[in-house]
Design a protein around this ligand. Structure first.
Ligand code: 5AD
Ligand code: SF4
Length: 474
């Protein structure tokens, strides 16, 4: 029998007033050796949230005695942690599922499954049940902590096990984590999103906004600091709304202060929605040296008409006001953004409004996308009469502009001495490390080998659009 609990879009839309409980993760003792003698490989798609989920999943698998391998071909268990944000993310995953099918024909004992945002989509799970029954398991974003039970059932029955909840559950603390880096760490501060921007699938795949308790977050950061971590990035789909669902009066500016006061060297946060960005937050960022002067502030569009259709709840004018307030208050701040072109009905004039904002803001860098209709979102039903060719031309034009300003912003760093956390080996000839500046600029650095994991002063000797080169100075 195939055990099936499938996601339903209509349920995923619902925002209940149910109180969110905080519970503790635990793994039944009898499952701790389920993976003995077996290896695993996880392929992660999408955003930082997924990257961090994979860090949790890896640790859970290792508690079950699975061992990580760095090639899919060598693994006994293969897991795709998927992203649903745009169509191309979907296509990549289905391409990979095809590849796994071939591997499974040769090695039938491989256990293969999918999780992440695509697993939360009704249409995707239906497709899997119709066409990919040979997969072994599917679980969603709301029940990562149940992975041991899902795997146990699947391995015992040797049948497809689908366990995806439509709605979010409780907040689970103390899920183990195997971090990719020894120096910088992701820290979830909240889950889900209640903004329902009309193009976005996230509120359906990640559920209702739930903030973690401040004391649990601070405890995690304190432990990271004690373990030698230099940097934390506070993670959420819309971190500025942090705390709005808590019963205590405590918001993102309070959290930033408390995290800064732990004394960890660097504090970052993503992603900010311009609508919830308060003056108090700006004050905290400018006041605390260890809150990094780097803000990702998605614009999406510079046209008020399109912003309204997107349900973004701000105007071009209010966005610019916020932008300039941040620039004026936070010394040397770098601001990056996300922009979508070709939203349904976007005219040349709308697109030019976007270019106007880019020309005014001169972003440090920008992630740019062609609108991708996501099943079940309001925007996917809006009339879209712009040709793909037109959308591609707009994207090209926008990228030219964005890259020009990125290079210009980097140009300002030439010959300056900046702080860089040396976090990994550089692949560029003549340089041994890569790292990021306080403002999130990627730098190839020449420095003594024992400086790995340290924040050092680097003199910038060369700049390109997407990276810089530099040499450590004593
Ligand atoms: N089509 C194109 N881009 C999208 N994004 C979110 N949903 C869509 C979509 N349907 C972009 C937004 C968001 C970033 C993470 O992805 O710009 O900020
Ligand atoms: Fe999606 Fe908007 Fe929520 Fe960001 S704020 S995750 S774009 S719905």
């Amino acid at each position: 029998m195939i055990y099936v609990l499938i996601p339903e879009r209509e349920k995923a839309k619902i925002r209940t007033k149910n109180k969110v409980q905080t519970k503790k993760y635990s793994i039944p003792d009898n499952l701790k050796e389920l993976g003995l003698g077996k290896t695993y490989y996880i392929k992660t798609y999408g955003c930082q949230m997924n990257v961090h989920d994979s860090e949790n999943i890896k640790a859970i698998l290792e508690e079950m005695s699975f061992k990580e391998v760095d090639e899919m071909e060598k693994a006994d268990l293969i897991l795709l942690n998927t992203c649903a944000i745009r169509e191309n993310a979907h296509n990549k995953v289905f391409g990979m599922i095809g590849r796994i099918k071939h591997m499974k024909e040769e090695r039938p004992n491989i256990i293969a499954g999918i999780c992440g945002c695509m697993a939360q989509e009704e249409g995707v799970v239906e497709e899997i049940l119709n066409k990919y029954k040979w997969l072994d398991f599917v679980f969603g974003t709301h029940n990562i902590h149940e992975l041991p039970l899902v795997l146990e059932k699947s391995m015992n029955s040797k049948k497809l096990e689908v366990q995806v909840y439509s709605c979010e559950g409780d907040i689970i603390e103390d899920i183990p984590v195997k971090r990719d880096s020894k120096y910088k760490a992701w820290v979830n501060i909240m889950y889900g999103c209640d903004k329902f921007c009309t193009y976005c699938i996230v509120p359906y795949t990640r559920g209702k906004q739930r903030s973690r308790n401040p004391k649990d977050i601070i405890r995690e950061v304190e432990k990271l600091k004690k373990d030698g971590y230099k940097e934390v990035t506070l993670l959420g789909q819309n971190v500025n709304a942090y705390g709005k669902d808590l019963e205590i009066s405590y918001d993102m500016s309070n959290l930033l202060i408390d995290v800064a006061k732990t004394g960890i060297d660097r504090v970052r946060f993503v992603t900010s929605h311009p609508w919830d960005f308060t003056d108090e937050m700006i004050e905290v960022i400018s006041k605390y040296d260890n809150v990094m002067p780097y803000i990702h502030l998605p614009l999406q569009s510079g046209s008020n008409r399109i912003l309204k259709l997107m349900g973004r709840r701000y105007t071009k004018e209010s966005y610019l006001e916020l932008f300039h307030k941040i620039k004026n208050r936070v010394k040397d701040v770098a601001i990056t953004t996300d922009i979508i072109v070709g939203f349904p009905g976007e005219t040349e004039a709308d697109f030019n409004d976007t270019l106007d904002v880019v020309n005014e803001c001169k972003y440090d860098s920008a992630f740019t996308f062609i609108f991708s209709p996501r099943e079940g979102t309001p925007a996917s039903k809006m009339k879209d009469n712009i040709s793909l060719k037109e959308k591609e031309e707009r994207l090209y034009k926008l990228n030219e502009l964005v890259n020009m300003y990125a290079k210009e912003a980097n140009g300002g760093y030439l010959n300056r001495v900046v702080k860089v956390l040396l976090e990994d080996k550089s692949l560029k000839d003549g340089f041994n490390f890569i790292g990021y500046t306080d403002t999130m600029k990627l730098v190839n650095v020449k420095a003594p080998l024992d400086k790995l994991g340290k924040i050092v002063d680097v003199k910038i000797t060369n700049v390109q659009s997407f990276s810089m080169d530099g040499e450590m100075v004593e």
